[in-house]
Design a binder for this molecule. Structure first.
Ligand SMILES: *[C@@H]1O[C@H](CO)[C@@H](O)[C@H](O)[C@H]1NC(C)=O
Ligand SMILES: *[C@@H]1O[C@H](CO)[C@@H](O)[C@H](O)[C@H]1NC(C)=O
Ligand SMILES: *[C@@H]1O[C@H](CO)[C@@H](O)[C@H](O)[C@H]1NC(C)=O
Length: 832
């Protein structure tokens, strides 16, 4: 996925992020103008210049293709306030706790906190964005239904912070909500008695225009906010203490340094003062007119700081002006009771969906599964902005059009943005959170429609070529987390088309739930899916019929032991050692095979002509053709094909005797034996299993038997914690790819692939064939191992992880990783 994990810098503060926007219709106009110009020239200049004119016009046309939208008719026709149940939400997954609305220029609200006694110089200790460096013992949603409420628990040293919110629909602007923040001690430790916490609740305007916010004192006495925006109308935000009393209160009303610099804005305004009891306090500076102190600018950032003795809890009440009359305010005991009601409803719904009690799971396992689901759903964000893209026809990166993206994210700390291939896996779990139990119109449950909503947003990001950029870095907050050199997306580069997996799942499991409105969405999606399919089928084609090749490998690098294949999603998984245009990738072939199968099914469902897809699907899943290109008779496994040698090493070049900087030479790859065209069959791992993962092998194929035997073999892939990515016998098992790149997909256990393995075992267990009993046996063992290890590690470390060690089962990579690791819920519920 081009995660480029190790090179990412967390909390990078980058102010040079303003990118001019190009909007789609302008680009389309540009093209029209160009061709108009062209015909004009034809007449007046005559035909000698015609060839020049055409190539100028054509180059211009090619240049603009990369950032021309597929179509002016968008998939997302209603996204904002007309879907009130999804309008407000915890759509800022990169912060510990923040709410915004699905509106390009939303009002942002959120929480920062610190413990005054523990605050270090420079504001070190103020929590805001999810940072691994904060070293929190744990944070994550315990329950979250994606539309009405959520409860999160955060452990920060000896303290437990609970954040929750509830929405109440009503009026014309998305309704009200209340958020509660509670702070308590984790355990009784006499040394931490009477500690104070400072909670900062802030409100920021992204787009000023006619909008405004201003500090305001309500009956609650604490400083709140009053304001009006075009999307929200008039509103108020009031703060109430629920338990405990407030020792000190201060506020800040100013204009921020940058939307991605809210914490820095707070830090720059902290002051030290003595209160009435002669106690030194860190306070906010009140009204500051502009950061230079002179400019009179209306405030776009207001924060209230409440300092209180732990235990303490406060309610933040957002009320929409158009709501009408309220029976009561959602605060205090009313809030507590409503939250309890939502919480028990959630538990009931969860059980109805995944049936874990019936499967013999106890409260501990169920809490774990609820948290895994809730973190996937609580990780859904709403972003708005433009990617930067590049094609061979553009000299420099150019801005994509500005667009919204409603998507889950792989990791709130490390990858708080949309990733194309991750999202297809997320879709399996999000789609499953749909219930056929009676639909209670009052509580607006999260359901399959959310997955459709996400799909629509992603497919609006398709350009006229049928390409969707694989990493979506939209908006100032998202950009601030990515180093500049990784921002640009190239239109030659693919990423596994996992949305076909989501669609396959929906067609298999939920065909009976494809209501009129959902079918309409699929109808509108269909041409885009066709374009997407064609983009893969043509741009990623291999040199032999039915073969495919990932683009984007670097054939010229001498730093990498095996040039990475970021586009495949499996970054450093070893492929042919010397990338050439003649290599063929088995995993990509399988992805396209199921893409064709899904297209054919979908065409059927929608009454379209799917003959072409059916043919391609049959052709690509023909085991004999696949075996000819990819089965190694020698090692009895599926493999990539390419220009390859195993005899490569990283070596530090010998300094020339006269060289001054001898010690600084970087290691380079040395090829000890010439590569040759062959199957890359000394390497065995996830890629070799794709025909099995995607269920393309016929259930009675003896090759299935060999694969099952290999899976079970502890010298190859089997561990007590799941299947490792690369066999212990592979030459590059757990090898560094360069001095700076530790192994990533070279042995570690990954959950998306284990999910595919478990799903395939279930499929072959149920298919009648000679290997059904063996599949069933391995299914039960692997499923148990994966569930046990993830749960053990979760309770030990507080998190789900990006990957797990094949030696100890311990989490590694980044955390929390509530993207595809959360598929464990489907494994527990046997929802495949
Ligand atoms: C907070 O709660 C206490 C106890 O209910 C109350 O006495 C006090 O007035 C409230 N307000 C503040 C600002 O502490
Ligand atoms: C995919 O590409 C192959 C040629 O590489 C072509 O024969 C086939 O018809 C294409 N499939 C579809 C559905 O367009
Ligand atoms: C499918 O296979 C699994 C695993 O062996 C088994 O638990 C399940 O009962 C099977 N289902 C059917 C319908 O045969």
């Amino acid at each position: 996925m081009a995660r480029q994990r190790r090179t990412q810098v967390e909390n990078k503060v980058d102010k040079g992020t303003n990118s001019s926007s190009s909007n789609g219709s302008n680009t389309a106009k540009q093209i029209k103008n160009k061709s108009g110009l062209l015909s004009y020239w034809k007449i007046i200049i005559g035909c000698t210049c015609l060839t020049v004119a055409i190539s100028v016009g054509y180059m211009g046309y090619l240049e603009t293709r990369v950032n021309t939208p597929y179509d002016d008719r968008k998939m997302v026709v209603s996204s904002g306030v007309d879907k009130p149940e999804r309008f407000w939400g915890s759509y800022r997954p990169g912060t510990y706790f923040g709410l915004k609305s699905r509106d390009p220029h939303s009002l942002l609200t959120g929480l920062m906190w610190y413990f005054p006694r523990r605050l270090k110089p420079g504001g070190d200790g103020i929590r805001h964005w999810c940072e691994q460096g904060d070293g929190l013992e744990k944070y994550g949603w315990l329950q979250h239904d994606g539309s009405t409420f959520g409860i999160q628990e955060i452990q920060d040293g000896p303290f437990i912070i609970t954040t929750s919110f509830i929405k109440r629909l009503g009026g014309l602007h998305g309704g009200d909500w209340t958020a509660r923040v509670s702070v308590d001690y984790k355990f009784d430790d006499p040394s931490i008695i009477d500690e104070e916490v400072s909670l900062l609740w802030y409100t920021a305007l992204e787009d000023e225009g006619k909008n405004y916010i201003k500090p305001s004192n309500f009956a609650s006495k604490l400083t709140g906010v009053r304001g009006e925006t075009s999307g929200l109308g008039e509103f108020s935000i009031k703060l109430f203490n629920y338990t405990g009393s407030v020792n000190h209160e201060s506020y800040l009303s100013t204009s921020y340094l940058g939307l991605d610099l809210l914490k820095e804005t707070v830090i720059s305004s902290l002051r030290l003062m003595q209160d009435k009891k002669k106690q030194k306090r860190i306070v906010l500076a009140g009204d500051i007119l502009g950061q230079d102190g002179t400019m009179k600018k209306p405030p776009n950032f207001i924060a209230t700081q409440i300092t209180a003795t732990v235990p303490f809890s406060m309610d933040v009440v957002f009320e929409s002006g158009s709501f009408g009359t309220r029976q009561n305010t959602l605060v205090g005991d009313i809030y507590t009771n409503t939250l309890n009601w939502h919480s028990s409803r959630f538990a009931q719904r969860f059980d109805d969906t995944f049936d874990l009690k019936a499967k013999g799971y106890g409260p501990k396992e169920i809490s774990f599964a609820q948290a895994a689901l809730s973190n996937m759903i609580g990780g859904i964000g709403y972003f708005y902005g433009a990617s930067r893209v590049q094609s061979v026809y553009t000299k420099d990166p150019v801005p994509y059009w500005k667009a919204p993206l409603y998507t889950a994210v792989p990791s709130r700390s490390f990858f708080p943005r949309g990733f194309l291939w991750d999202e297809g896996f997320h879709g399996l779990l999000i789609g499953a959170w749909d219930l056929d139990v009676e639909f209670d119109i009052l509580c607006h449950w999260f359901d399959l429609d959310v997955e459709f909503d996400i799909l629509c947003h992603w497919f609006d990001l398709m350009n006229v070529e049928g390409w969707i950029p694989r990493e979506q870095i939209l908006g100032v907050e998202a950009l601030a987390k990515v180093p500049q050199e990784f921002v640009t997306q190239k239109n030659t580069n693919a990423n596994p088309p996992t949305f076909f997996l989501t669609l396959q799942y929906i067609l298999r499991k939920y065909e009976d739930q494809l209501t009129e409105s959902r079918l309409t969405i699929l109808e509108r999606l269909y041409p885009r899916l066709q374009a997407w399919f064609t983009w893969f089928n043509t741009t990623q084609k291999g040199s032999l019929p039915s073969s495919y090749r990932w683009r984007g490998r670097d054939a010229h690098t001498n730093r990498e032991l095996n040039p990475k294949t970021l586009t495949s999603g499996l970054d450093d998984y070893p492929r042919a050692s010397h990338p050439t245009e003649d290599e063929m990738h088995i995993d990509l072939r399988c992805w396209i095979a199921i893409a064709a199968e899904v297209m054919s099914k979908l065409a059927d469902l929608l009454g379209r002509d799917g003959y072409k897809y059916e043919q391609t699907s049959e052709y690509l899943s023909d085991n004999e053709i696949m075996n000819k290109l990819h089965w190694s008779d020698y090692t009895q496994q599926y493999a990539d094909y390419g220009f390859h040698t195993d005899s490569v090493e990283l070596k530090r070049p010998k300094p020339s005797p006269r060289s001054q900087q001898a010690q600084n030479l970087e290691m380079v790859r040395v090829t000890l034996k010439d590569p040759e065209y062959r199957l890359v069959d000394s390497t065995f791992g996830y890629v070799s299993l794709f025909p099995f993962f995607l269920q393309l092998i016929k259930p009675d194929s003896p090759k299935l038997k060999k694969i099952l035997d290999d899976i079970e073999n502890p010298n190859l892939l089997w561990t007590n914690y799941g299947l490792r990515s690369l066999s212990k016998t592979s030459p590059l098992y757990m090898k560094r790819n360069s001095e700076h790149d530790p192994p990533y997909w070279r042995g570690q256990i990954w959950m998306n692939m284990n999910f595919l393995a478990i799903r395939a075992l279930y499929y072959y267990a149920n298919a009648s064939g000679p290997y059904s009993a063996q599949s069933s046996k391995i299914y039960r063992k692997l499923r148990q191992n994966v569930i046990d290890n993830l749960m053990t590690q979760y309770y030990k470390t507080g998190y789900l992880w990006e990957q797990y060690s094949d030696k100890t089962g311990e989490g590694s990579g980044c955390r929390p990783f509530n993207g595809w690791t959360a598929l464990v819920v489907l494994i527990m519920g046997e929802h495949y």
